[in-house]
Design a protein around this ligand. Structure first.
Ligand SMILES: [Zn+2]
Length: 447
């Protein structure tokens, strides 16, 4: 009896201390004044102040009275936009990874990823959906505030069939061989429903926020011609069902009609690339609320002059030129049929360090799209797709991709108006005066 009483006392004391501490943690306020705000939803930037409470946006309107103790930031007439979102990052993939796979080192990769993630923040990208590779541990570290980086929505290892787009094995492999990259979580080579289910669950148990499958061939890969369709309908459905059981969705690498239509039949929610499809397939995507995740630089810039890519074979060059022509047409149809379009670079390695924004500006420069439309693909549209991670979403307490009450406080202050001159977002070092992620200042050169 006495023991119970002592325990009870101890328990009460713990809660008193705990709640007292919780209560003494003071709310912090930041008020941004003298800016034009583009909220991610509308068509123009308007004069308003933005009040941030802790890590969320509390209010957006003219002449907000600063709460006591608020830090006030004078934006000097710049344009405040939502933090940018890259929907197709590969933060745990490096150039030359396949060739050097025997000496691949996961810790060295992690160090590079850390650098790249800080690079993302510098470029105003406050959120990234990782579209495959072993970023799961780092995602936890970032999302728990241990190391700096954009909010991460990791897919974990790719799901690929034998000989599929993420089969990194060697020509002479025996059945069941696990190569060094697969061993380190780059991807899972899975055949048949149980293997697909297992791989999807392995990713989700380690914190994947959605599942990435390879549903067809690629341009540069060794075993899979671009015309191939990968995974049977049953295998795709198995991945979709596991994802749904966790309250999330599947995104798929797919280029052509046969792959994309099988993905739609299976319940896949986002198609990556999509460059060789017909207009009829685009219409089906629209009818089934399937979103398009587009890579403008990879299709329209890198493949515009394939004969200049010296390490491509004649066959790879011809595939690249097909992709270029297909993409030009596909983007037009996607806009015409009002698909939900998000953008992600698929750009990694030194050639693209610091160039993530070109994947947005290319839509304006090469396709003639309106800058507001282009910016929405990397802000509010992206935020909508990220919310499909449902129960696996690490950021459930606010919205992402907009500047409005209840949104996470991720904002970028641009010197000038990117809605009129989209090129401003490319020169981030000069033009981004203030970058805030999760209510915390990452960069401020206003002073
Ligand atoms: Zn990719």
């Amino acid at each position: 009896m006495k023991k119970t009483k002592t325990l009870l006392l101890l328990f009460t004391a713990f809660f008193v201390v705990f709640f007292a501490q919780a209560q003494t943690k003071k709310d912090t306020y930041t008020l941004i004044t003298n800016v034009k705000v583009w909220d991610g939803n509308g068509d123009k930037a308007v004069d308003a102040d933005v009040l941030i409470e802790n890590n969320l946006i509390k209010e957006v309107k003219a002449n907000i009275k600063a709460p006591k103790g608020a830090e006030i930031i004078d934006g000097k007439g710049g344009t405040l936009i939502p933090g940018l979102i890259d929907m197709h990052a590969h933060l745990a993939i490096q150039e030359g990874m396949l060739v050097g796979k025997d000496s691949y080192d996961q810790m060295a990769m992690g160090a590079r990823s850390g650098q790249d993630m800080m690079g993302y923040l510098n470029q105003g990208f406050t959120t990234a959906r990782d579209a495959g590779g072993n970023i799961l541990g780092l995602a936890k570290a970032v999302n728990n505030g241990l190391i700096p980086g954009p909010r991460l929505f990791p897919s974990g290892g790719f799901l690929s069939q034998t000989g599929g787009h993420a089969d990194t094995g060697s020509f002479n492999d025996e059945i069941g061989a696990v190569d060094p990259l697969e061993y380190h979580g780059f991807g899972y080579i899975t055949d048949g429903v149980p293997e697909v289910q297992k791989a999807a669950r392995m990713n989700l148990r380690a914190g994947a926020t959605q599942i990435k499958i390879m549903a067809g061939g690629g341009v540069a890969s060794e075993f899979d011609p671009i015309t191939t369709t990968q995974f049977s309908l049953e295998e795709m459905k198995a991945a979709v069902e596991v994802a749904k059981d966790y309250g999330t969705y599947v995104l798929a690498h797919a280029y052509h009609d046969r792959s994309v239509n099988r993905c739609i039949d299976a319940g896949v929610k986002v198609i990556e690339h999509n460059f060789l499809v017909s207009e009829a397939t685009i219409k089906r995507m629209k009818e089934n609320n399937v979103a398009l995740s587009a890579q403008a630089v990879m299709s329209l810039v890198a493949f515009a002059e394939p004969e200049k890519i010296t390490f491509f074979s004649a066959d790879q060059k011809s595939k690249a030129s097909q992709v270029y022509k297909g993409a030009m047409q596909m983007f037009k149809w996607a806009k015409k049929h009002d698909l939900l379009i998000v953008t992600g670079g698929d750009m990694f390695g030194p050639a693209y360090t610091g160039a993530q924004a070109t994947n947005i500006t290319a839509l304006v420069e090469l396709l003639g799209w309106d800058p507001v439309f282009a910016l929405k693909t990397a802000t509010r549209n992206a935020g909508e797709v990220l919310s499909w991670s449902g129960g696996m979403n690490p950021y459930k307490y606010g919205t992402i991709g907009t500047i409005e009450k209840g949104a996470y406080a991720d904002v970028v202050l641009v010197d000038g108006n990117p809605l009129k001159n989209i090129k401003l977002i490319e020169d981030y070092k000069k033009n981004f005066k203030l970058i805030i992620k999760d209510g915390e200042v990452w960069k401020n050169t206003l002073k």
